[in-house]
Design a protein around this ligand. Structure first.
Ligand SMILES: NC(=O)c1ccc[n+]([C@@H]2O[C@H](COP(=O)([O-])OP(=O)(O)OC[C@H]3O[C@@H](n4cnc5c(N)ncnc54)[C@H](OP(=O)(O)O)[C@@H]3O)[C@@H](O)[C@H]2O)c1
Length: 265
């Protein structure tokens, strides 16, 4: 009964922004559990290098997922090659920081387009393929990747980013309510501090920042893979519309969440 609880054997997955960082970690974790994973990123080179590194069950599918044309191309490719999609991870994201008085509209639009609009329209475009193989006992899964910055404010002047991640948390619940009707389970992971390109502070000052985190360290590969595999597999089938903070206690186990030195970007 428990043998296949965390298995992703033969599941077809798409991980946006899978070329590096958290998306690459999730893609690698899914491949290790038996899934066939398509990864996207704008950089064709990075996408291909990562697919090669993760092995034959990881396939490079480069494109800009903030563009409807590229979304349509990606969906057509999965439709032609697989005829179904079991797991969609909306991980690609961008941040923009600027002082309040100078915060530019083009930065705002770029962040909102990628972090909120793209997940919605990807889910919409993939809906027929997500329905194709989904049943009440074996639902398809959507996992959005937001941020702890969408659960509480951070001191950084990343206004659009923080609003976009809060919007994604809320959108997760709204879509979960609609899509459970079609046996598609929608959840969200809100990472804390992981050393990646988007989060230079964590990458460059991990030891210093670790002292502000209740768990006394920044996030690691297994910290993000575990929750992603849990939500994607049978183990997570009855968790619906949840936003799971994966942050070493920063959000829910800290006395000082609002005054902490900002850990992102
Ligand atoms: N690292 C953290 O501490 C942290 C904390 C909270 C939340 N998060 C969230 O985790 C997610 C992943 O971030 P990360 O830390 O792994 O950052 P990252 O290393 O910068 O990775 C971002 C990925 O998204 C891709 N991407 C960006 N724009 C894209 C577009 N328009 N179309 C397709 N792919 C695009 C990037 O590739 P290209 O540039 O080649 O397109 C890259 O593969 C983001 O949503 C981020 O907000 C991260």
């Amino acid at each position: 009964m428990f043998d296949d609880l965390f298995s992703l054997k033969d599941r077809i997955a798409v991980v946006t922004g899978g070329g590096r960082g958290i998306g690459k970690m999730i893609a690698g974790g899914f491949v290790a559990r038996g899934a066939k994973v398509y990864i996207t990123s704008r950089s064709e080179e990075e996408c291909q290098a990562t697919a090669q590194e993760l092995g034959p069950n990881c396939i490079s599918a480069p494109g800009d997922i903030s563009s409807q044309e590229d979304i349509d191309q990606l969906v057509a490719r999965i439709k032609d090659n697989e005829g179904q999609l079991d797991l969609l991870v909306n991980n690609a994201g961008a941040a923009w920081g600027a002082p309040f008085a100078e915060y530019p509209m083009h930065g705002w639009d770029k962040v909102m387009a990628l972090n909120v609009r793209s997940p919605f329209f990807l889910i919409q475009a993939f809906h027929p393929l997500l329905c194709a193989n989904a049943t009440a006992d074996c639902p398809s899964k959507v996992i959005n990747v937001s941020s702890v910055d969408g659960l509480r404010i951070s001191a950084h002047e990343t206004y659009a980013y923080q609003a976009s991640k809060a919007a994604l948390n809320h959108l997760t619940r709204r879509l979960a309510a609609r899509l459970i009707e079609d046996h598609i389970v929608v959840n969200c992971i809100a990472p804390g501090a992981f050393p990646t390109k988007i989060n230079r502070a964590v990458r460059d000052r991990a030891d210093e920042l670790a002292s502000h985190i209740p768990a006394k360290r920044v996030g690691r590969l297994e910290d993000i893979v575990g929750p992603a595999v849990f939500l994607a597999s049978k183990a997570g089938n009855y968790v619906v519309g949840e936003t799971l903070a994966v942050d070493g206690g920063l959000t829910y186990a800290s006395y000082d969440a609002f005054n902490l030195a900002a850990l992102e970007v």
